[in-house]
Design a protein around this ligand. Structure first.
Ligand SMILES: [Zn+2]
Ligand SMILES: [Zn+2]
Length: 165
């Protein structure tokens, strides 16, 4: 496979992974997978949280595709897709775990507008520490913080009006 096509597949995979991560976060982690993700919406005790298992789960397709593409003679595109998934994982770790949640000590202060925006969006996601009713499920793409705050307010108001059960 010509490498420019490989690179294009790689980049498309990184972008597509944001969609996969959004969907997984919204409908799996805040759905049937909440029993693992809940640990991420509570203060962490120690170095690990159950939610970290998702990183291991997401690594499986990447490892399988890389193994197939590199070692087992599968279609070479799979190598690039596997590498794209791994790259997304690395970017995700750097942004979400290091910059937002400071799991590695650092003094980086976000100055670039884009980084500020996605950091704020993730904080707003954590403002709602429950399975249902959260906003902002993306990681590398996020709406403006003002829009997210307005949405949270709207839900609060809706919640106040809701009949108590
Ligand atoms: Zn969440
Ligand atoms: Zn988070």
């Amino acid at each position: 496979m010509p490498w420019p096509i490989g690179i294009a597949i790689f980049l498309a995979t990184v972008l597509a992974m944001e969609g996969v991560a959004y969907a997984a976060h919204r409908w799996v982690m805040h759905g049937p997978g909440w029993f693992l993700h809940a640990s991420h919406h509570r203060p962490r005790e120690g170095h690990w949280e159950l939610n970290d298992l998702y990183a291991a789960i997401f690594a499986i397709p990447s490892i399988v595709l890389l193994l197939g593409g590199v070692q087992l003679g599968w279609w070479p595109g799979f190598t690039w897709i596997g590498a794209g998934i791994a790259a997304y994982g690395a970017i995700y770790f750097g942004f979400h775990d290091v910059i937002v949640h400071q799991r590695l000590p650092h003094r980086y202060v976000a100055r670039w507008r884009y980084i500020k925006r996605i950091v704020q969006a993730q904080r707003i996601h954590h403002a709602f520490e429950a399975k249902h009713g959260a906003v902002s499920y993306g990681f590398l793409w996020a709406p403006r913080p003002a829009a997210l705050k307005a949405e949270l307010k709207r839900r609060e108001r809706a919640g106040v009006r809701a009949p108590k059960t």
